[in-house]
Write a protein that binds this ligand. Structure first.
Ligand code: KPL
Length: 358
């Protein structure tokens, strides 16, 4: 049986949204592609950008560097044309069902961004979530898709491609990494459409890897653990990743974070029956610390994504990184003083610049 290419809607057209939509358009020129724009201002910017997406490549790297780097394909500017746009606030905007929605909004924006599209998503839809941290899917299920029978099929994805926006609908693909994803098991019958979307992702020249769900969960937990032990310290001390390993004070904080994180994740693995010799080892305090130090070394010159958020006075993803660990620790009644202190300190910074803006 052949499944025709579903129309793909992309929600969240920042750096990663531009990367995904540009590569989808380049790789599948006949694929129907629609950008979902937040409001009229976004639609005006789309018109000012001549309804095109541009993805460039520079040799100088800004923004978070991927942990694994390889040479990006030698293309300097890709211009993606022939893309439709829908504005959420436009009363005449489409009401037709959405077959495939690729969501690249920040974790904390996702629920509000998806809510206006709820009526267009059902168990035949596939939603690809590309957020940092953990907890977004569970939040969406609780708030928007509480009836399992009408839930879309979720695909969770994570990327190490380094990409930053230079203007609206313009981004630079600065570092070549990989794209990993997994279809989330659901009680609904496995859908052919989820397979078609997985095939689309696998065909992108972004080093894609489809993984079984348990293996992918370990990948996400590992990324979360590393981000939780690096990002908030760099954001609070306004330092690059490399500084964390050269300052004894930061090394002590990392040690405490690794201890707490290891205990929390080990309990989580047990609860979800994911514990085995390999995962237990990966999340021992020693292994975790070693991994964090290695990431600090390989990304020494990077400003972490949370440091950049704080620098630009944007909300951070702390609630989906350390906040997620805190929520698990509370459930398990495990102490989490270092994570708690960091979450509180980042919230205080966010509140300060929110007040400055008001
Ligand atoms: O993923 C990252 C981030 O900044 O969010 C690390 C690995 C810490 C690189 O900066």
């Amino acid at each position: 049986m052949t499944v025709s290419l579903p129309r793909v809607h992309v929600l969240g057209v920042g750096a990663i949204g531009t990367l995904m939509a540009s590569y989808l358009r380049q790789r599948f020129p006949a694929l129907p592609l629609t950008l979902v724009l937040r409001n009229q201002a976004a639609a005006d910017r789309w018109n000012a950008a001549h309804q095109t997406l541009a993805l460039g490549q520079h040799t100088s790297v800004q923004g978070p560097l991927p942990v694994t780097t390889a040479t990006p394909p030698q293309v300097h500017w890709r211009l993606a044309t022939g893309i439709d746009a829908e504005t959420l606030t436009d009363s005449s905007s489409a009401t037709s069902p959405i077959a495939c929605l690729v969501v690249t909004t920040k974790a904390y924006q996702t629920r509000a961004a998806l809510a206006p599209l709820r009526a267009r998503l059902d168990s035949h839809s596939v939603v690809v979530l590309l957020q940092n941290g953990l907890g977004v899917r569970e939040e969406l299920e609780k708030a928007l898709f509480d009836r399992p029978a009408t839930r879309p099929q979720f695909i969770l994805a994570t990327t190490t491609h380094g990409c930053y926006a230079t203007a609206s609908y313009r981004a630079v693909h600065a570092g070549f990494g990989g794209l990993w994803f997994a279809v989330v098991p659901s009680s609904n019958a496995p859908s052919l459409r989820a397979q078609a979307v997985a095939d689309l992702l696998l065909a992108l020249p972004l080093q894609p890897h489809a993984e079984p769900w348990p293996q992918f969960q370990i990948r996400l937990l590992t990324k979360l653990a590393v981000n939780a032990c690096i990002n908030p310290i760099t954001a609070l001390h306004r330092c690059r990743n490399g500084a964390l390993i050269s300052h004894p004070k930061h090394r002590i904080t990392i040690d405490h974070l690794c201890q707490e994180t290891s205990t929390i994740i080990t309990r989580y693995l047990l609860e979800h029956q994911m514990a085995n010799a390999t995962s237990d080892l990966a999340f021992s305090p020693q292994e975790l610390c070693q991994h964090v130090v290695e990431v600090c070394q390989t990304t020494a010159k990077n400003k972490s994504s949370m440091y950049q958020d704080v620098l630009h006075q944007r909300p951070t993803e702390i609630d989906y990184i350390n906040g997620w660990l805190v929520r698990q620790a509370q459930r398990y009644r495990i102490p989490y003083p270092t994570h708690q202190a960091l979450v509180a300190a980042i919230h205080a910074q966010e509140a300060e610049y929110r007040m400055d803006k008001d």
